[in-house]
Design a protein around this ligand. Structure first.
Ligand code: C5P
Length: 410
């Protein structure tokens, strides 16, 4: 469980939309207030079908805001002020409808107007029927909101009010409180990388064969994206150069999307100078020497012969460049003799550290959520890290980088 003491004195603007889970918000308000958190509520018209303004008012001990056009509310508390006089906006339950309106930037009632006008962070607790949650429209809205920095808690799997089973149940009040506490803890954590510029590469590259075909690999980009997000959380100014992935852009990073290794090198060079660079991308070693400008045809003459040539090594190029970052970190995916091969790679490419991992069949590293890595430093010291999920590897690497840069600065 998270440390809830941080909630004392915080101000939450809770937006209660119209879902059956709205009843859980009454408990949420009570528990937040027990922890010293001031809660002010906006109840949407649909939300008021599920909980009464009177219950919300009794529990918040404050006016319940419902109407964009209420003169009293506007004179006492304008919607702009309402959305800014809080430390965090929480939308619970966040229905498919309110998420869609948020993603579209609509402002057609008090709740969406406050959400659009705010300069404060937003946390959503989605709650809806499982099909509505899994619908590509909702998933696309969530990805868009995440790329704009909106965070989320849940939904959980379970039995639904509509008798279906699956993801869609709103997170429990205590889970939402944990997420709120984690939000404030992260926000108030020291930012040891403030003022530091970082470059991260992530994902695979696509090397064209002709205008419609390409050579690629199975990299998901999960580890590289997590590293970019972790460095940004510690205050770094992060440029992420990403090959094609299915992931949303991590919050707080400037993202350049590229396809080929040559594009990735150009984007990395354009991002220099930086203090630290982490090369987590799975760059194709080879590309087709002369990619066809027109689609290759089956013309009866048998399959074409593809002549390959070597791609630039981005890690080695940046490590040897005149504008070399203070700290250059490479990755080594190996299928045996992991540490020995990785150390040789570190020396050959000229980077400072190398993060080595085993990608043998069965380890599920490629595309999976967990990673077992060894950090090899320039003096040959090897740290064996336990198996961690990729976010935890990223956090630990970001903190290790921060400690190192602090040491080199003093
Ligand atoms: O040689 P190998 O692909 O195993 O090296 C892995 C490391 O080198 C990773 O950090 C990867 O991002 C980087 N790399 C690169 N450019 C390449 C090939 C690999 O930056 N063309």
């Amino acid at each position: 469980m998270s440390d809830h003491s941080i909630l004392s004195g915080k101000r939450v603007l809770l937006i209660i939309a119209g879902g059956i889970a709205a009843y859980k918000c009454l408990d949420l308000i009570r528990r937040l207030r027990e922890r010293g958190c001031a809660v002010r509520a906006i109840l949407t018209r649909a939300g008021a079908q599920f909980v009464t303004p009177l219950s919300v008012q009794a529990l918040t001990g404050d006016t319940v805001y419902q109407d964009l056009w209420s003169l009293t509310d506007e004179s006492e508390m304008g919607h702009i002020q309402l959305s800014r006089a809080a430390d965090l906006l929480v939308v619970a339950p966040a229905t498919a409808n309110i998420l869609a309106r948020m993603a579209a930037g609509m402002a057609d009632d008090l709740a969406t107007t406050a959400l659009l006008a705010t300069d404060k962070p937003i946390l959503v607790a989605p709650a809806m029927n499982v099909r509505m949650w899994l619908n590509p429209a909702t998933q696309a809205n969530m990805a868009l909101l995440a790329s704009r920095g909106v965070t989320s808690v849940g939904p959980n799997d379970g039995e639904m009010a509509c008798n279906e089973y699956g993801p869609g149940r709103m997170a429990e009040p205590m889970e939402i409180i944990d997420a709120i506490a984690d939000h404030f803890t992260a926000r108030e954590a020291p930012k040891p990388l403030a003022g530091t510029r970082a470059l991260v590469t992530s994902g695979p590259t696509h090397e064209p064969i002709d205008p419609v075909r390409y050579i690629a690999n199975r990299s998901s980009g999960k580890q590289g994206h997590a590293i970019a997000a972790a460095l940004a959380r510690l205050g770094a100014d992060v440029t992420l150069v990403s090959g094609p992935t299915r992931l949303p852009d991590p919050p707080g990073c400037t993202v350049t999307h590229i396809e080929s290794a040559r594009d990735m090198l150009a984007a990395c060079e354009a991002a220099l100078p930086v203090d630290v660079a982490v090369f987590a991308a799975a760059v194709a070693d080879w590309r087709v020497k002369d990619a066809a400008e027109r689609k290759l045809k089956k013309d009866g003459g048998g399959p074409p012969t593809l002549e390959l040539c070597e791609n630039p090594d981005i890690l080695a190029t940046v490590s040897k460049s005149a504008r070399r970052p203070t700290l250059v970190v490479g990755f080594a995916a190996e299928t045996g003799n992991v540490v020995a091969y990785a150390e040789a790679k570190r020396a050959r490419k000229g980077c400072d550290w190398i993060v080595a991992n085993d990608v043998s069949l069965g380890t599920q590293t490629f595309g999976g959520d967990a990673n077992t890595v060894h950090l090899i430093r320039s003096d040959g010291a090897v740290e064996d890290w336990p198996t961690l999920d990729k976010d935890a590897v990223a956090d630990r690497l970001a903190h290790t980088i921060a400690d190192h840069l602090k040491g080199t600065a003093s």
